[in-house]
Design a binder for this molecule. Structure first.
Ligand code: NAD
Length: 250
């Protein structure tokens, strides 16, 4: 029971096929009380039915809205009295070329991925400090490291690379308070974000470049999150964990 008695928030966690819900399910299996947040109200409603109400809380909210983030932390504290883990997972992408990026696209991609990480982290840090410990995990992307993945445009790479820098700076500052901050850089994972955008020929071509010879599954990322959330990683902070099947070895 790696997460027994821990209270874990996962953002962007109501999508049936997404990394976030897979993570919430895994954390719950490992004993955590889970706080699920997502902007999709309908998906939140469906998710609410799945878990025992005593050990779960589902809140609709937008990570790019500071008030929503602080309200989420407040609700988690009210129900469980502590916050041990935050997984900044909510994210959006857009497959456009550099010259096609409009100001509103740039704002949306940066706001959800990067600003959302900052606001949610600001909302939980005071409570983690109060508890003397915490683990914050940020969902970046291989596209931050190689300058583009397969679907994200340049603004997505910039947002995900920004998350790595912000995470490292937070790790330096918050370590003395017992708070660890790490990032995961997933490769290509089969979820809604990529659904319907890959035909068999494209898949085969991508797989040629992956030493482990398959696309990733949400549980591949959830398992890495579990390690970083638990005390197994108690001396790891400021790290970037590549979970990409070897797609990008550097
Ligand atoms: P997904 O679309 O299934 O999940 C994203 C979730 O975030 C959705 O449930 C969506 O409703 C929610 N969301 C969107 N905007 C939000 C907002 N403003 N506030 C709160 N919630 C919001 O996609 P996924 O593949 O599970 O993505 C999870 C994370 O992994 C994202 O940050 C994504 O960028 C990252 N990632 C995914 C891949 C991949 O190949 N799937 C690769 C690298 C990184």
């Amino acid at each position: 029971m790696l997460l027994k008695d821990k209270v874990c928030i996962v953002t962007g966690a109501a999508g049936e096929k997404g990394i976030g819900l897979r993570t919430a399910r895994l954390f719950y299996e490992y004993g955590a009380s889970i706080v699920i947040s997502d902007i999709n109200e309908q998906a939140c409603e469906a998710t609410r039915q799945e878990f025992d109400a005593e050990r779960s809380l589902v809140v609709t909210g937008n990570v790019a809205n500071r008030d929503d983030c602080f309200e989420l932390a407040r609700a988690a504290m009210e129900k469980f009295g502590r916050i041990d883990v935050l997984v900044n997972n909510a994210g959006v992408t857009q497959p456009v070329k550099f010259e096609e990026i409009k100001p509103e696209d740039y704002d949306r991609i940066l706001d959800v991925n990067l600003r959302g990480m900052m606001y949610m982290s600001q909302a939980v840090v005071p409570h983690m400090k109060q508890g003397g410990a915490g683990s914050i995990i940020n969902t970046s992307s291989v596209s931050a490291q190689r300058g583009g993945g397969i679907f994200g445009g340049p603004h997505y790479s910039a947002a995900k690379a920004g998350m790595l820098g912000l995470g490292k700076a937070m790790a330096r500052e918050l370590g003395a308070s017992g708070i660890r901050v790490n990032s995961v850089t997933p490769g290509l994972i089969t979820t809604e974000i990529t659904a319907g955008k890959l035909d068999d020929q494209m898949k085969a071509k991508i797989i040629e470049g992956i030493p482990l010879a398959r696309l990733g599954a949400p549980e591949d990322i959830a398992n890495a999150f579990l390690f970083l959330a638990s005390d197994l990683s108690s001396y790891i902070t400021g790290a970037t964990l590549d979970v990409n099947g070897g797609m990008h070895i550097h």
